[in-house]
Design a protein. Sequence first.
Lengths: 112, 112
Amino acid sequence: MRAEALKGHLDGLLLAALEEGPQHGYAVKEALRESTEGRIDLPSGTIYPALHRLEQAGLITGTWSVVGGRRRRTYELTSDGREALSGERDRWQEFAGAVTAALRTRPWPTTT
Amino acid sequence: MRAEALKGHLDGLLLAALEEGPQHGYAVKEALRESTEGRIDLPSGTIYPALHRLEQAGLITGTWSVVGGRRRRTYELTSDGREALSGERDRWQEFAGAVTAALRTRPWPTTT
DNA sequence: CTTCATAAGTAGCATTGCTATATATAGCGA
DNA sequence: TCGCTATATATAGCAATGCTACTTATGAAG
């Protein structure tokens, strides 16, 4: 997967992963990897800064905890986040439809 | 359409627009706008630098001409460009599939 | 003569995901 | 005990890319 492909679409994926319920960063990463059958496997240098951005934007809230001796930051969608997710889904539909249309082969000016 | 959404996908769209036959920049812009029903309407500051990049990458070749008093640079796909377009289409399929899967609502761990 | 569509271009910016690297704990195998 | 792997989080700095804003120029319409 080319590096830039994801640009502008990551936030939606992270929000979607958190829709199922509160998750910590590492779990989000795993969830994304599983839901896409390994096609989207983000490095930690992508996922953590992105979660920080989302938190600062007020779309998720995080709380620290310690589980099994390891500290965790568990994130949860805010209501703004839920709204944003809905918007991201809409925009993805629109975007994907447009790109698919533009990418479609148009063999020749048929009488459309 | 959010600014970053297109990042990493523009090249494929431009190549696809040129698949129908040689076109100059402005015509590519129009073709893209029409094939997406106005959803993708690129500013000239996006389209011309991008075409330059594609030319430098050897995916398209351009030739100057003057039509109706206005100078034009007409671009044409190279064989590398054709190959690249095919690759872009594949990658788009893969990417779109992955994002769609990740964005899908998973209401709850049903017995899937 | 002004305005709009056509046609091409560039400088500089903002955003964003990635690489590389660091820290720390738990558990397993040798 | 030592080393390795998985878990868990984090940051500095980079590279890439599309966009904004602006410029230049012609032809047609009013």
